[in-house]
Design a protein around this ligand. Sequence first.
Ligand SMILES: [Zn+2]
Length: 266
Amino acid sequence: MRIDTHVHWSSEEGYVDRLVEAERRLGFDKVCLNGAVWAAHREANDEVAAAAARRPDAIVGFAYFRLGAWGPERVRELHDQGFRGLKFIRPPARYDDRAFYPVYEAAEELRLVAQFHTGIVARTPTDREHDIDNERHRQIYLDTIARAFPSLKIVGAHLGNPWYEEAGMACRWNPNLYFDLSGSSLKKRPPEFFQSILWWTEEGQYRDPEGRHAWEKVVFGSDVAIEQIGDVVNDYQRTMDAIGLPPPLQEAVFGNTMAKLLGLDT
Ligand SMILES: [Zn+2]
């Protein structure tokens, strides 16, 4: 099973069908489509829910979740609307602010995948108005959440760019914390760099607590326009080939790991 875990909604005409067609051409079975549309300062959750209902063969709905404004009852509503994951970005306080814990608790209970933007986010002209503070996006806060909610399935986007080392160690110590490599990292960093951050294997004293290889904690996410998804696939492929990752691990990255998190058959 191949899954693109990180695609944002677009209101372009015919977007969903074009997306599904492009992903299928690239060999993907499913797309996690999220309702976070920052440029328009709104969430497109209803549109994503409709797309997931219309194309259940291909679209897995992730709702944009407004931390600080919404509580656990909203998590339940979104779950009942058919969403399988929640997308968190630009929070009004650190991700691990204890005021957000009831939200994470509900997501854990309902087995929703929690997808967090991590690292420095794109700049916009309204950042002051929206009180954008990138420090709130640090991976160490996902480490806190992962320890507090051991059954919550957490995916951090962008491997925490530029706080990669923090992301790597948080990922190693928390069995329920995963990362995607979307963003500029695969363009600017050589394969050896990823090897140095994602360095542990299944064996030995310094292994992951569950004995998993580092790349079993990595998922494929594109986070780009339809036309550029193939380019991101190539970037992942080139990096994994260069470090000699065996084919079963590559397939885990390209979708089997996320399928397990979503409770889908691989
Ligand atoms: Zn995103």
